[in-house]
Design a protein around this ligand. Structure first.
Ligand SMILES: Nc1ncnc2c1ncn2[C@@H]1O[C@H](COP(=O)(O)OP(=O)(O)OP(=O)(O)O)[C@@H](O)[C@H]1O
Length: 304
């Protein structure tokens, strides 16, 4: 079931089009990874989904309605955008209680979300002294207060330690298992590979890929094989005849796609060709992502 329906979404800031005719859907019962390099327009898109920024064009439906038409938004969609934005002076419990009361949600939800996010032990503590990981949990507790069917997380693992990352990852998966639609943004492919069922990739505000995670892994996880032989040019013809796609690699090597190392080894043995190297090469998912988005990186070579 489609929970978020983004159609032709466009956002201009002055002369800059930061989100450009973007359309995709987020389904229930899945974690959808929203992936793109820094500055691709992810946060702007999430803000438009949540009614925090006005689209220049296009529309977003949440369960068939616009955010602003939702009578009780927190019961439909919960979001974690900026975990830093928590009042430091209130206790964890009071922060959540204030949110619940001002949104007409039952008080008992406070205890429930504290338990769900493992924060019962710090219910009486002020959030001001919390680590980033604890503030993330508090942000997630707040997002869950209305027991929404849709959850949106903007770069939730940024800056977290490995334990915090694992917790958030498992938690998102468990929310999807409960049948909720989970949309999570990231600029790290490796992070998504472990969390998402579906991938929406954008670059410079435009849709680059909208695909199942396993499809993406199948298409991009299959590597090439590096082959070295003194008879490179004649063996290249045999490889091509056997269905391989061959290109020249560095230092007289051949880079072969479409054939396994085993098949190449057998082919060489059959034709009595001596191989001096036969190395399967698996591109990392990060490489696949870089390849996919390389035309849309704003500042080539800039490290962030
Ligand atoms: N209020 C604004 N006014 C002008 N430009 C903006 C505004 N908000 C965002 N932008 C620009 O829009 C582009 C997309 O920003 P956005 O934050 O949506 O990207 P992102 O994919 O979330 O990247 P990051 O991970 O770096 O936050 C950037 O070039 C940014 O400078």
């Amino acid at each position: 079931m489609t929970e978020i329906d983004v159609r032709g979404l466009t956002k201009r800031y002055g002369p800059d089009t930061v989100v450009d005719d973007l359309s995709f859907r987020v389904e229930a019962g899945q974690v959808t990874g929203f992936l793109g390099p820094n500055g691709a327009g992810k946060s702007t898109t999430l803000k438009m989904i949540l009614g925090l920024a006005n689209p220049t064009r296009g529309s977003v439906g949440i369960g068939g309605r616009r955010y602003r038409e939702l009578p009780r938004p927190l019961t439909e969609v919960g979001a974690l955008l900026d975990a830093g934005a928590v009042h430091g002076s209130r206790t964890t419990h009071d922060h959540l209680l204030a949110l619940a009361v001002s949104n007409g949600l039952p008080r008992k939800r406070v205890g429930e979300v504290l338990a769900q996010t493992g924060l019962e032990g710090v219910a009486g503590k002020r959030a001001g002294g919390f680590s980033l990981g604890m503030r993330q949990r508090l942000g997630i507790a707040a997002a869950l207060l209305g027991d929404p069917r849709v959850l949106i997380f903007d770069e939730p693992v940024n800056g977290l330690d490995p334990e915090g990352i694992r917790w958030i990852r498992d938690f998102m998966r468990s929310l999807a298992r409960e049948g909720r639609a989970v949309l999570v943004s990231s600029h790290l492919m490796s992070e998504m590979a472990q969390t998402a069922d579906h991938l929406v990739v954008i670059g410079r505000g435009r849709l680059i890929a909208d695909t199942g995670m396993s499809e993406f892994l199948r298409a991009n996880g299959e590597g090439t094989v590096l082959v070295r032989t003194p008879e490179a040019s004649s063996f290249a013809l045999r490889l091509t005849a056997a269905g391989g796609v061959v290109r020249d690699g560095v230092e007289n090597s051949l880079v072969v796609a479409g054939l396994t190392g085993e098949a190449i080894g057998k082919l060489a043995a059959y034709h009595g060709v001596a191989l001096t190297e036969l190395t399967p090469q698996r591109p990392s998912l990060e490489d696949a992502f870089m390849e996919l988005t390389k035309d849309s990186i704003e500042y080539q070579g800039a490290t962030r």
